[in-house]
Ligand binder design. Structure first.
Ligand code: NDP
Length: 298
């Protein structure tokens, strides 16, 4: 039985970052501008701290200016809004990202709506959601952006493919569906109320799984030859590695899927690394738009 190609997100993310670094060097040289990314972290969620540290490190590595704001978990909503207002007006800052989740006393929608849409490098502002769904120039949410880049790199033209997005969250599922539609795929979105999910999955040439359920998608849910993008990141117990050990798995049963699909992203090392690379790319795009620099000609 043939084994699927592993789509190497780690290597492709390194390519994207290298391209971003070259673009930044040119923007600095030709336009005397250093793109800047501000990241706000409220509270002490350990996973968020790791993620923000990685973002900061990669931001600096590509030659961008990095501004980090770590706030106490008791920070009042008004203070956070005030900081966002300050960053919106700061000409050295071209991208603003508020790390989610926020503490429960802060209204997420209020915060995301306060970010200048042109600096909204996470693509969560309603203006960017609207731009994405109407085919206008949007800043696109980073994880689905990374998925579409991986798909296009592997498959080339996606026109006419039947795509199923498993999951309908605002940060992954819905924008993913919009991007696939933009590529002229025939798109379905499945969720927890979908009936006969395995049959729906088996119809798909492209299956994007973003549910947050470890290894939920089984080998016999997959159409032979399909391309699988596994967004899920789930930590499970791994007693085979020793007592108390854990490991990361995706939403797809990788070893079974590998026997049926033509290509699949591994977890870890697939979609994950693309997310920060796309954040850096979005910041360059945002900086160029704010400074009226033609991104195709920098
Ligand atoms: P959410 O919890 O916001 O959404 C999960 C979606 O999956 C919902 O639409 C839900 O349906 C659907 N779902 C849940 N259970 C089932 C089921 N049994 N059958 C069918 N559908 C189901 O998750 P996110 O979109 O934020 O994240 C999804 C996964 O992707 C997580 O594992 C997360 O860690 C990972 N992730 C990875 C990133 C990366 O950089 N690689 C970035 C962001 C997320 P319903 O709407 O009906 O409840």
């Amino acid at each position: 039985m043939s084994t699927a190609t592993r789509i190497d997100g780690k290597a492709f993310a390194a390519d994207v970052r290298a391209r971003v670094a070259t673009e930044i060097a040119q923007i600095k040289k030709n336009h005397n501008l250093t793109p800047g990314l501000a990241v706000i972290l409220v509270g002490d969620d350990p996973a968020s701290h790791v993620y923000v540290r990685n973002k900061t490190q990669q931001t600096v590595e590509v030659g961008m200016a990095s501004f980090e704001h770590r706030l106490d978990d008791k920070t009042p909503e008004a203070d956070l809004l005030e900081l966002i207002d300050k960053l919106n007006k700061d000409h050295a800052v071209h991208g603003i990202l508020v790390q989610l989740p926020l503490p429960s006393h802060i209204a997420e929608i209020k915060i995301l709506s306060a970010i200048d849409p042109d600096k909204d490098v996470d693509g969560f502002h309603l203006m960017n959601v609207g731009r994405l769904w109407t085919g206008a120039d949007a800043l696109v949410p980073c994880t689905p952006y990374g998925c579409i880049l991986l798909l296009k790199k592997h498959l080339g033209d996606l026109t006419g493919k039947r795509a199923l997005v498993l999951g309908r969250s605002n940060i992954v599922g819905k924008p993913m569906a919009a991007l696939l539609l933009e590529e002229s795929c025939t798109v379905s979105i499945a969720h927890s109320r979908t009936t006969d999910l395995p049959a729906r999955c088996r119809e798909a040439d492209i299956l994007v799984a973003a549910v947050g359920r470890p290894m939920m998608v089984k080998g016999d849910w997959i159409k032979p030859g399909a391309v699988i993008i596994d967004v899920g990141i789930n930590r499970i117990d791994a007693p085979e590695r020793g007592e108390g050990k854990t490991r990361l798995v995706g939403d797809v049963d990788f070893s079974a899927a590998e026997q049926v699909a033509s290509a699949i992203t591994p977890v870890p090392g697939g979609v994950g690394p693309m997310t920060i690379a796309c954040l850096l790319r979005n910041t360059v795009v945002a900086a160029c738009r704010q400074a009226n620099i033609d991104i195709t000609n920098i």
